[in-house]
Ligand binder design. Sequence first.
Ligand SMILES: C/C=C/C(=O)SCCNC(=O)CCNC(=O)[C@H](O)C(C)(C)COP(=O)(O)OP(=O)(O)OC[C@H]1O[C@@H](n2cnc3c(N)ncnc32)[C@H](O)[C@@H]1OP(=O)(O)O
Length: 265
Amino acid sequence: MTAPVKSTCDKLKLEIIDHTALVTIDNPAANTWDTESLPALKTLVEDLNADRDIWALVLTGAGEKFFSAGADLKLFADGSPDTAREMSQYFGEGFECLADFRGVSIAAMNGFAMGGGLEVALACDIRIAEEQAQMALPEAKVGLLPCAGGTQRLSWLVGEGWAKKMILCGERIDAAKAEHIGLVEEVVAKGGAKDRAIALAAQVGQQSPISVTYCKELIHEARDNAMGSALPNERQKFVDLFGTHDQKEGVNAFLEKRKPEWKNA
Ligand SMILES: C/C=C/C(=O)SCCNC(=O)CCNC(=O)[C@H](O)C(C)(C)COP(=O)(O)OP(=O)(O)OC[C@H]1O[C@@H](n2cnc3c(N)ncnc32)[C@H](O)[C@@H]1OP(=O)(O)O
């Protein structure tokens, strides 16, 4: 018998419910991602992948307000290109490992899903949002860009037009709009995402797990082939931004709660 899987990080809580791993991002105030939780996510998903009794993964956020507000912006206030390289690698490895999870992954979006918080939901197979949830890829508002698969996975899911409206115009959308454009598969009442996701995961459990794994790999094949080198390129452009004035200005303006003054340099 193999030892039960454990989370290696307090910011990621793990509960096993039958064949489903319930993973809760628990990093107050905004369930942000950092240099502890991102590598821990990778380790956790690898360990869950190795456990043949785990067939589904549900990801949610602790508390009532945030699913996840993305990267902890405090890490980027005076970050260097090396900081950016390290963070983008952690994001890439963590979220790509989740995207390749052997079973079905479901994001139970219980509140704000912003930046890397929306990108982790995009790395899941299915998204269930509570009616009050709001989502955006607002990285360009703070002088950054979505480097955790967002430019690619959002475009694949909702098409180029809405991806551009959200990424280039910084448009934040509510759950109803997200369902309308195909960004989430279901909207449920406030407080209901986790239970609905666990119920859906149990439904997955009625299928052959090995069939599910093979089908998922095949569904991903066309997209992954077409993406080519886009994911490493996305990470490199994120690193490049850290040599600019506007990256520092954008992040510091957010932390100082003021409007940024862009120089386009
Ligand atoms: C590759 C990935 C890159 C990225 O992910 S870059 C980050 C992208 N994410 C964002 O830009 C979202 C930033 N957050 C927000 O815009 C706002 O939050 C919300 C619209 C989501 C909610 O606004 P409101 O209701 O006014 O809450 P609040 O007072 O802003 O947030 C509560 C506390 O949480 C902190 N916080 C929120 N998001 C982040 C973050 N991403 N990094 C660090 N701290 C964050 C705030 O500052 C504040 O803290 P305090 O209570 O001390 O003032």
